[in-house]
Design a protein around this ligand. Structure first.
Ligand code: ZN
Length: 130
């Protein structure tokens, strides 16, 4: 059996992971949660940003420890954006992100994101780190 440690099992999930997540490129699907990319707002605090980039969960497909929050590689560092994925990088293990378990987990976390009502304005988190 594959070892499991989902992103919402992290002790700080509610406090500083979930409030920063949002969904982009969503396509509604019949009878299920939407699909889309899970994006991460800039936390506006370099210590939080470092923690986000370092914590680990297990790949939902193979159980390998992965860092779910990653930074897109772009030529201009100030435009680098964070995103969240729940399985191995395609370059590392191409099968993991296409597996049904990964699709289901993605939909489950998207549903958690939509269930979250944050009283704070998104603009508070939109600042780009200096
Ligand atoms: Zn994997």
């Amino acid at each position: 059996m594959t070892e499991r440690y989902a992103i919402d099992e992290h002790p700080n999930w509610t406090e500083w992971i979930l409030p920063l997540l949002f969904v982009n490129g969503e396509r509604p699907q019949r009878g299920r949660g939407g699909s889309g990319r899970i994006e991460v707002r800039e936390p506006g605090d370099s210590r939080v940003r470092d923690m986000l980039l370092r914590f680990e969960i297990r790949c939902i497909t193979c159980g390998r420890w992965i860092r779910p929050i990653r930074e897109r590689k772009v030529s201009t560092p100030t435009l680098a954006s964070l995103y969240c994925t729940l399985s191995c990088e395609q370059a590392v293990r191409p099968g993991c992100s296409r597996n049904a378990a990964a699709v289901n987990e993605q939909q489950r976390v998207i549903a958690l994101i939509h269930g979250w009502t944050d009283p704070r304005q998104p603009s508070l988190f939109a600042g780009v780190m200096p």
